[in-house]
Design a protein around this ligand. Structure first.
Ligand code: IMP
Length: 185
């Protein structure tokens, strides 16, 4: 499979991403008190590029963690139905937690994750998402820092996948319709 053959167009360029990530890093650094430690939690797998770039723009001391989960079931309830594939390696009680998400779509995953993490009694929970699709929201859940609000497109690249492909594209793109029919093209 040729990586870029199925890309219909570049939706957000690598340069635009870097510029916005730098701004987000500044917003986050100004939001937290200087010298206050933050546990930054990247939600696997989609956040790995964003996480790597963002943490280098944050001025506070950061503890880097990853959390693997996927939500199942179509219910809109904000508890349960969260399958944990990788739990945190440390206790977050009484810590400032910053959750790093690639994209918020219906909001289901984020709402469930927030409920799950809240039970561990962190000092605060804030969310940063690179991309937000507000028109798709089914579960209202606050997103504190947003990189880009986009229309209802399925996007890939810079960590985001379709059927486990395209995560290593340096930009955020939209695929050609035929690409969704097969990953063998
Ligand atoms: P939600 O629970 O519906 O908000 O879905 C969130 C998750 O679905 C994200 O963390 C992504 O893994 C995936 N997702 C939603 N929309 C897209 C997209 O446009 N491209 C790639 N993955 C997406």
């Amino acid at each position: 499979m040729h990586l870029e053959k199925n890309v219909e167009r570049v939706y957000i360029s690598a340069e635009e991403i870097q510029e916005r990530v730098t701004q987000l890093g500044q917003e986050i650094s100004e939001f937290y008190p200087a010298d206050e430690e933050i546990v930054v939690i990247g939600v696997l797998n989609g956040s790995f590029c964003f996480m790597a770039d963002l943490v280098r723009k944050i001025k506070q001391p950061a503890i880097i963690e990853f959390f693997g989960c996927s939500s199942y079931g179509s219910g809109t309830e904000s508890t349960g139905n969260l399958r944990i594939t990788k739990d945190l390696d440390r206790d977050i009680a009484d810590k400032h937690v910053l959750v790093v998400e690639d994209i918020v779509d219906t909001g289901t995953t984020l709402a469930r994750l927030r409920t799950f993490l809240s039970k561990r009694n962190p000092k605060s929970i804030r969310i940063v998402a690179l991309v937000d699709k507000p028109s798709r929201r089914k579960v209202e859940t606050p997103v504190d820092f947003v990189g880009f609000e986009i229309e209802d497109y399925f996007v890939v690249g810079y960590g985001m996948d379709f059927a486990d492909h395209y995560r290593n594209l340096p930009y955020i793109g939209v695929l050609k319709p035929e690409a969704y029919e097969s990953t063998e093209n």
